[in-house]
Design a protein around this ligand. Structure first.
Ligand code: FE2
Length: 191
């Protein structure tokens, strides 16, 4: 059974003008390309029935990388809302305060990791097991966390995520990203 295409949780132009409809269309195109490769590889194999989450657990090599990249896109999209959203829950706010001294400190460290990442990749906010929050930069495709860890927020730093709108000004893209982060979604991911 082929895997379905993850869909944007809002209209393509819902994050404009900060993140344009052209940029979101480029994101969808990347997802379609990944999906086509994944479905071609799993057709007729034992991995055909396991779904995207199952591929994260069981696939290897290029198939795992593509599955992780597809999953990451849906995770990234789902936490961006047209008007941004609210504030972190009490539990998440307490963790951010404990580990970063507050939201300003979190953003400072997250942005520093994003700006320092060479080439394409992702920056993640995760919770390490039942312990502290962590910011993890991943070059290329891949997930930030081990099985005990909980991803909370992802920022796509492949050029297609920002080049049409900001060229090589990653800091301007990050500013746009933060304005659209939906803290209700991020908070709901904290277990
Ligand atoms: Fe992307």
């Amino acid at each position: 059974m082929p895997i379905d295409l993850p869909t944007l949780p809002h209209a393509r132009d819902a994050l404009a003008p900060r993140l344009s409809a052209r940029t979101l269309a480029a994101q969808e195109e990347i997802a379609r390309t990944l999906l086509a490769r994944i479905n071609a590889r799993i057709a007729g194999t034992a991995l055909d029935e396991v779904g995207l989450d199952g591929l994260l657990d069981r696939a290897q090599g290029a198939l795992h990388r593509d599955a992780a990249e597809l999953w990451s896109h849906a995770f990234y999209w789902d936490a961006l809302a047209p008007l941004g959203g609210g504030t972190p829950s009490r539990a998440l706010a307490a963790a951010i305060e404990r580990d970063y001294g507050g939201s300003t400190g979190l953003r400072r460290e997250f942005d520093a990791a994003a700006l320092a990442l060479e080439g394409s990749g992702w920056v993640w906010l995760v919770r390490r097991g039942h312990g502290p929050l962590a910011i993890v930069a991943v070059r290329g495709s891949g997930l930030p966390a081990g099985p005990e860890d909980t991803p909370l927020l992802a920022c796509d730093l492949w050029e297609h995520a920002y080049y049409l709108d900001y060229q090589d000004r990653r800091a301007a893209y990050l500013d746009a990203f933060w304005k659209h982060v939906d803290w209700r979604v991020v908070s709901s991911r904290l277990r």
